[in-house]
Ligand binder design. Structure first.
Ligand SMILES: NC(=O)c1ccc[n+]([C@@H]2O[C@H](COP(=O)([O-])OP(=O)(O)OC[C@H]3O[C@@H](n4cnc5c(N)ncnc54)[C@H](O)[C@@H]3O)[C@@H](O)[C@H]2O)c1
Length: 702
């Protein structure tokens, strides 16, 4: 049973019990209505408490039912809420910990509400491209006032119950319990109190009957629309939230509900909503590894060592300090250690200055940091992460030392971005303990973590590092071993297309603008300037040796020959003013591109934004299809997660493969065939990957 029914004297208690967050799936909904009927039929019961077991009152809809007929099967949530409202005995919702989405809408159907302090209250539907669909937009303004309710609905952000209980005139909570522990007792007492009040047939209060007005309605909603327009950009739901709350103030309750429903259903069919829901599920699915069951025993990680205090080592260290895990950093020389620690301090101090970090927290974090020049000092760490120079010889020396000093069972991780993790593992006598942890720069900011699974990496190591990733608030995706792993292997093809586009007639600015209009956080050339153009240059030099028949534009090499490595040198594809990140187009670079084009005998053509976007995005898609087929990625949605959290792909497009599904794989393949005919492009690359070709032919999706 996903909700339990118990009678405590004259009060029936219905307890939602559908772990992890009491999602309102079909069986839970059935159990609630069954409980209500039982209570209604029992003459000894005078009142009903509706509450949640474990970690939540309710987190809302059950995501496992997304897109399945179960989600709307009766009793659907609207019917359950109606059943609560229509119960002839008072229903008291007792909420604690998490009361979100459908959970809050359910509570709003109850006659009374009591909350524990510290409860996170939210209507987060907007984050999935939706508006609340079970009365949230109509009932919340009636209990909180229009402005407070609209703020919550448009942002989707949780607000603490004790904050809400303080709002003047609020009717959301009739009572605030003294503590989460006393909530159950207090709810029972409160239920008895209201039962006595209604014993003589005094009508039960319903939120739907409360008035809903704003004193300067038209002006306020105009203002709200303008605010939301600036914020929402390509997201369809926020303006609809404003419409729905306005409807609550202007229409009768039933008409407002109909308006909310219609808006909800229309949004459900937008590609943005589908993409956001895809991403929501994809992010949660990324932590699951097909052959590593959830109950795989894990190793305990209480302390960490980091080798190398450079750009990455420093950022990686901060992640663990932030999570309260002590870190010992090892370097070759004292001055490198001092520099690394100073950078960590500087980063924290900037956060303190901005008010994002309290001074005592800063000191607390720094107190978890220690340093050493000797391997003999780190042997007891549970996890060691290597972030030294990207040279196999250096890695070999480091891993041999680690093999010598680390205690048995310690996890040995490398942050390499291009080297073979199997080879690195082979430098030790314990390849089963070696794994790749590929952080993205800046490592203390970027959410993505590629976990690189070597041929011999043990399952418990995989399970442990996935948990560690969660602890340090990263979104981890598993990748097999290959050059560039998932993300960088794909970006190489994307970069190659960017080069061809310059040769054929584009400017860097045109390409970047088209991609930014598509929704990328940054176009490819601005991204190159940020990451450092020398990194791509080094990779290309290697490729010229390894794959002499692979086609490349030479434009980026010419740029690097001028020393224009990007933001770090103040000049790349664009110019940069010290301290600022604005990309200023540079006439010499444009001239350099034109000259190179002339030298190649190419007559420039006008290239549409559509072609730019398709060539760049579909290059990601084709490489991703190879990656998927080779088993480097476990599932298509993992690749989408990599691109959203590591490469600034627009969330409302749900990642490159979700986007390809939306465009239709048939159309994607057709476009690739067109690109293959362009003599200046790489016809071989545009042969659709076998998996993609097959799916397109069968009318399927990734
Ligand atoms: N910079 C990035 O964007 C990025 C992103 C992902 C992964 N990586 C990878 O992270 C690793 C480190 O890159 P980085 O950008 O931080 O380099 P970095 O040059 O900033 O830092 C490397 C540090 O390692 C130290 N070091 C070198 N050899 C050592 C040894 N034998 N023992 C101890 N310390 C040693 C150096 O003194 C230096 O401080 C590389 O493998 C790189 O490929 C870098």
């Amino acid at each position: 049973m996903t909700a339990e029914y118990q009678v405590h004297g004259d009060v029936a208690v219905i307890t939602l019990n559908n772990p992890p967050v009491n999602g309102l799936g079909l069986s839970t909904r059935q159990a609630i209505t069954a409980g209500l009927e039982k209570a209604e039929a029992d003459p000894a019961v005078k009142a009903i408490v509706l509450t949640g077991a474990g970690k939540a009152f309710s987190g809302g809809a059950d995501i496992r039912e997304f897109g399945s007929p179960k989600a709307i099967q009766e009793p659907n949530l609207l019917s359950v809420i109606l059943a609560v409202e229509n119960t002839s005995k008072p229903v008291v919702a007792a909420v604690h910990s998490v009361c979100m989405g459908g959970g809050l809408e359910l509570a709003l159907g109850a006659h009374y509400r009591i909350a524990a302090p510290g409860c996170n209250v939210a209507l987060p539907e907007v984050k999935l491209g939706l508006i609340p669909g079970a009365g949230g937009t109509q009932r919340l303004p009636r209990v909180l006032g229009v402005e407070a309710a609209l703020n919550m609905i448009v942002s989707g952000e949780p607000v603490k119950s004790e904050m809400l209980a303080q709002l003047p005139g609020q009717k959301l909570f009739d009572k605030l319990a003294a503590s989460p522990e006393s909530l159950a007792e207090e709810a029972l007492a409160f239920a008895r109190e209201v039962a006595a009040k209604h014993a003589d047939g005094f009508a039960l209060p319903l939120v739907r009957n409360l008035p809903c007005k704003h004193k300067d309605g038209d002006a306020y909603f105009q203002f709200a629309r303008n605010m939301v327009k600036g914020m929402a950009k390509n997201f369809p739901a926020p303006p609809k939230c404003v419409d729905a709350v306005e409807a609550a103030t202007k229409k009768k309750f039933a008409d407002g509900m109909a308006f909310e429903r219609e808006t909800f259903i229309n949004l459900m069919w937008t590609p943005e909503c589908r993409s956001l829901r895809h991403l929501f599920v994809a992010e949660r699915a990324a932590s699951k590894i097909p052959d590593v069951p959830e109950d795989t025993p894990q190793r305990s990680i209480q302390s960490v060592a980091v080798i190398g205090a450079g750009t990455m080592g420093g950022g990686i260290t901060m992640n663990f300090l932030n999570a309260g895990i002590p870190v010992k950093v090892l370097e070759m020389k004292q001055d490198a250690l001092d520099r690394g620690v100073a950078t960590i301090r500087k980063n924290y101090e900037a956060q303190v200055k901005k008010g994002k970090l309290k001074a005592d927290k800063y000191e607390q974090r720094m107190s978890l940091l220690s340093t050493t020049l000797s391997y003999d000092d780190i042997g007891l760490a549970d996890l060691v992460i290597e972030a030294v120079f990207e040279e196999i010889g250096v890695k070999e020396a480091v891993f041999k030392e680690l093999d010598r000093v680390m205690k048995p069972g310690a996890i040995l991780a490398s942050n390499t971005s291009t080297l073979d993790v199997n080879k690195i593992a082979s430098f030790t006598q314990r390849p089963q303990d070696v794994v790749g942890l590929h952080f993205f720069s800046p490592a203390n900011v970027m959410k993505l973590l590629e976990v690189v699974r070597g041929e011999k990496t043990a399952k418990d190591v995989m399970a442990t590092v996935m948990t560690v990733a969660k602890k340090i608030k990263k979104t981890a995706v598993v990748s097999g071993v290959c050059d560039g792993f998932i993300g960088n292997r794909m970006i190489e093809q994307y970069g190659r297309q960017g080069g061809f586009l310059l040769d054929e007639g584009c400017t860097p600015e045109q390409v970047d603008k088209a991609m930014e209009k598509f929704g990328m956080a940054m176009g490819p050339f601005r991204m190159g300037d940020l990451a450092g153009n020398d990194i791509g240059w080094a990779i290309r030099k290697r490729r010229y040796q390894e794959k002499p028949d692979m086609k490349y534009s030479k434009t980026a090499d010419l740029l690097c020959e001028k020393g224009r490595f990007g933001q770090k040198t103040g000049a790349g594809w664009y110019d940069y003013v010290p301290g600022k990140r604005d990309a200023i187009p540079n006439a010499e670079v444009v001239q350099m591109i034109e000259d190179h084009r002339k030298a190649l005998g190419i007559t420039p053509r006008k290239i549409s934004d559509e072609e730019i976007v398709q060539r760049l995005v579909f290059s990601l898609v084709n490489e991703a299809a190879h990656i998927l087929e080779e088993g480097i990625a476990n599932k298509a949605s993992d690749i989408d997660v990599v691109y959203i959290f590591g490469y600034g792909f627009p969330v409302y497009r749900g990642g490159p493969l979700n986007y390809a599904n939306e465009v239709g794989l048939f159309n994607v393949v057709q476009a690739m065939k067109r690109f293959a005919k362009n003599p200046l492009d790489d016809a071989k690359f545009w042969q659709p990957a076998p998996l993609l070709a097959r799916l397109a032919e069968e009318g399927k999706t990734f």
